[in-house]
Ligand binder design. Sequence first.
Ligand code: 3HC
Ligand code: NAI
Length: 711
Amino acid sequence: MSELVSLIRQGDIAIITINNPPVNALSPGVPEGIAASVESVNDDASIKAAVLIGGGRTFIAGADIKTFESMRSPENRRGAGLLPLLLAIENCSKPVVAAIHGTAFGGGLEVAMSCHYRIAVPSAQLGQPEVKLGIIPGAAGTQRLPRLAGVQKAVEMCAAGNPVNAADALRSGIVDRLTEGDLVEGATAFARELIEKGEAPRRTRDLKTKLGDESANAAIFAIARETAKKSARGQLAPLAAIDAVEAATKLSFEEGCKRETELFQQCLQSDQSKGLIHVFFGERAVSKIPGVSKDTRVSDIKRAAVVGAGTMGGGIAMNYANAGIPVILKEASQEFLDRGLATIKKNYDTSVKRGRFTQEYADQRLALITPSLTFDGFEDCDIAVEAVFEGMELKKQVFAELDKVCKPGAVLASNTSTLDIDEIASVTSRPQQVIGHHFFSPANVMRLLEIVRGKATSAEVIATSMALAKKLKKIGVLVGNCRGFVGNRMFAPYQREAQFLVEEGARIEQVDAALYDWGMAMGPLAVADLAGLDVSWRIRKEFKHLEDPSLRYPMVADRLCEMGRYGQKTGAGWYRYEDRGKGPIPDPEVQHLIEQFAAEAGIKRREIKADEIVERIIYALVNEGARIIEEGFALRAVDIDIIYVYGYGFPAYRGGPMFYADTVGLKKVYDRICDFEREHGVLWSPAPLLKQLAEEGRTFAEYDRGRGGGN
Ligand code: 3HC
Ligand code: NAI
């Protein structure tokens, strides 16, 4: 029929195949190709049934997300534009069977549900993940899914966006049959049975029995709304998805589709969908690295070693074990080794208790971790990751040792959060093999991995690290070797402004609430208490000689540390903590200390509104981010966005700090930063790149594109 959609015949059954690699998205040409094939099926009296299948590795992974931008324009304000195609399939006069492997996501599941029957392989995944892109199903998914799976299941799938596996889909009525064997054979056999039984097309839109009754549904929707408000705090799409499914229970199919279209468009026009789509493509864009191509050699990491079984080392070892890679975990003393292993075991026990996996699975993973007090076995490892205390001399000692014991091609990685990778590499005979693997705490949970390239790090070691990140289910982002790398370098002014604000009159809990309500996973001062105030205190002391003494300095944090208030771990920091697990309690003693300090420093205290708090703290991130891009320590603005979303609890629906600045308008952000410079001095001097883009009326996204990267 076309290059994108082909039709072949197997006797009286038509096999319609979509060929739009890699994921058979419904890009322009695909819906038209399917519609033309369906028309042929209708017109050809010798065809008695049809099978619709995806070529390659999957069924249809959804609408083509790249086309959403154009759907935002006023002349295109319809639904996803697929409704006529789906009606054409559903109206086909002969039974159409969707044959599903890989993923039937979004528009893909919507296409499948407009077919009259569905068969899937056991490994197939089916879902309406649109809310993860800040939108809702836009091709009657919210109308057909409850008719097949019932209201409860449809609400869950559309509001949370998580896929179901084939077995679950069978149980809930989304698919009719599973096949263990060849999918085309299974699907044609199914079609043949339908022909032989004389089954007429079964149109999903006409099914009503699963739409439930009003009072039971009301309870389902009320609970779903409560859940969505908690689990997707601040997000519009999950609530819109629930509204759309509710419409399916109250309106005719046609009216329900109209309501869905309205809600789809509202979501599509929102900054939230722009932000989430930016993150979707950003996650993939960060893996594109100039100088590293598909041809760059990637070493296969089959065995690993981790040095240091503390907070980070233990979590890092778990990442390897979870990916099925045997890992040696080396400590300096039996006591620390036992403690490290006990923590790992406890983490696995918790996962078993929470039903994340079985005891047997946990035991298998634990068995992949070999505790050790020596370097024995390191000679067989393809990578060694150092996670000992933060201190240059100790790191150098460990790397000199690793250089001696590891085989020539092995990657030598450091988890340092502040130290110079080049200096660490200098003690080895192979600086090209040395790289930073900066995991985030808890390392077994947080998805970000900053991959820090030293000046000698080879393209092969970078490519191997990026591939390894994927294997460890992390998002690897390549950064340059500056103090704090990208994430923590930006976090310093973020923290600084939070602390200046409390000195200037904002209450601690007010600062945290402003940022939390804005969408951050936690407020900045609560985060500082969680990470441990002593950690940044030690870093501040170590680098104090590099600071300009004439600049304003956030004194209170140092004072808290001098008082032994290190945060949650000592039961007190910016807040007090009474019980583990219980939230932070505002502490009048700290408030008093702040006021006293402000009086001594001559800081005039005033009332500060939430908007100003957010601007000061978020724009501090943006300004530092712009410097980092200009200095080349981040490849693109989008890399910073991904670092902040996956490492620092930045709300994905705001797209990351640089994208957020784009949505505010860089001129506006720049002007505000100039105001802050006038009020607060040189710490706020605007980044030259920000000034330039603001004056040119451009965005960070355009800047990325201009340099051949980004979304
Ligand atoms: N549209 C456009 N491009 C898509 C796409 C889509 N729906 N899904 C994936 N791609 C692209 C990716 O950007 C990537 O491109 P790149 O190679 O240039 O970076 C390429 O396809 C391969 O994707 P992945 O690297 O993600 O491949 P994986 O095998 O790891 O994952 C997947 C496959 C699970 C299908 C994953 O890509 C995915 O989750 N895709 C998005 C699915 C989705 O959200 N669908 C709903 C879309 S919205 C919709 O359908 C609205 C509807 O209601 C009308
Ligand atoms: P930690 O103090 O919890 O653990 C360090 C461990 O290293 C200790 O158990 C210690 O006994 C062990 N050790 C010391 N010398 C050793 C040697 N020669 N051989 C084997 N083991 C040795 O420290 P943490 O927090 O795990 O930090 C480790 C590294 O990770 C540091 O470089 C730190 O900057 C970095 N990091 C820490 C993060 C955090 O949130 N804690 C986040 C990201 C990076």
